[in-house]
Design a protein around this ligand. Sequence first.
Ligand code: WQD
Length: 312
Amino acid sequence: MVIVDALFNSNAEIADKIELITGIRPKLEIFDLCDADKSADFFRRHNDLKGVIHFAAHKAVGESVEKPLMYYRNNLVSLINILEGMTDNDIPNIVFSSSCTVYGQPDELPVSEKAPIKKAESPYGNTKQISEEIISDTILATELRGIALRYFNPIGAHESALIGELPIGVPNNLVPFITQTAIGIREQIRVFGDDYNTPDGTAIRDYIHVVDLAKAHVVAIDRMINGKMKKDFEVFNLGTGIGYSVLDVIRAFERVSGMKPNYKIVGRREGDVEKVWANPDFSNRELGWKAEQGLDEMVASAWKWEQAIRKK
Ligand code: WQD
């Protein structure tokens, strides 16, 4: 197994940590997949790969509204370089990290894979829509096969607290902002809007434990490598099917930590949808995979990780 990472939101210790957890040390190559020459060279050197799991993208909805070109360049150019490298070297399988943001604000909830793809509410969501189309068109024109995994809201960390989310700078996402506020790095959580049409007025998301999400990738790559696919391009929702509001998540943090991090209701964030949660039935049935961990466990693992990296 080889990892390619430009370390925009990670660090090189990841290989050590994976080895500690799994006993297997992945090779780590550090370069930007937007670099066409380096990407082409990588795939020439690794032309015997059975598949690629492509996670490498910027992923913050709010940030993408402020920096659209950074998102379009990074998320689309890297994908094109990967697909060229794969098709030039007959590497047959790609698992793509897609997103529930491709649904925009769904008309019906819970949202299934059959839901119409609506105009994305953010440049980030649009990069995921465009990426799925690029993959689908490439599959039609080549021998490539692909699975798009539409993530809902991945949160939490590995139970060992050896690996987890490591946002560089001010976190864009809710859960690392909560844990950094609780540990004293941030002053106050800003809750983006309490005037949505939801029970407590704050926006609703389908939070999923990152380890549950990782398990789905193992199932997906196995499905491809062992010829279990039913179509050359398959799409699966990775969610729990349960929606929680921003305040629900803060309450869960208070329950698991015994702390009451400081928060303030402010205006809505540009690019946010009001509410989205998955219909996970197709993934559960077709992949034989189901998210297992509940909100408290997810938030507790994030808090344990935050304390570990701050050595508190
Ligand atoms: C969640 C909720 C915010 C920060 C994420 C990923 C994206 C995609 C979907 C995978 C929203 C509110 C946030 C804060 C807040 N997943 N919030 N204060 O935007 O749903 O997107 O899941 O592809 O890649 O980024 O996640 O954590 O930013 O926001 O009130 O300081 O929390 O408004 O309602 P989002 P998020």
